[in-house]
Design a protein around this ligand. Structure first.
Ligand SMILES: [Zn+2]
Length: 113
């Protein structure tokens, strides 16, 4: 898995864990993914670095990351492909979350605030 794909999975996993309370990865899998992404942080696409913020923080938590609308929609599709059903409250994610605008990365919101 490329570092950037791993980073995208880590972001999608954070959305499903924190916003839906429907984790798709075990804690051990998520921790291993965070470690891999942290170890390859310099290889990530600048958008992924903007979303994740810091190579050290993600080892402890992803309760601060920025989720673009693209990340959110991809996480729903990932969940569907693995579980065979959509995560609960999908409509809420794409309609009423407190989105902000980034000049380069489109609409996003930040988990935890
Ligand atoms: Zn969602």
């Amino acid at each position: 898995m490329t570092p950037d794909l791993a980073a995208r999975r880590l972001l999608m996993s954070a959305h499903l864990y924190y916003d839906h309370s429907q984790p798709i990865l075990s804690d051990a899998e998520n921790d291993a993914l965070a470690k891999y992404v942290s170890d390859h942080f310099d290889d990530l696409h600048p958008t992924r670095i903007w979303q994740l913020r810091n190579r050290k923080i993600i080892l402890a938590t992803t309760h601060h990351v920025k989720l673009t609308t693209q990340t959110i929609e991809a996480s729903h599709a990932w969940y569907y492909s693995v579980k065979g059903s959509w995560p609960l409250h999908c409509a809420y994610c794409t309609s009423t979350k407190p989105y902000k605008e980034s000049p380069t990365n489109g609409r996003y919101y930040q988990i935890g605030g």
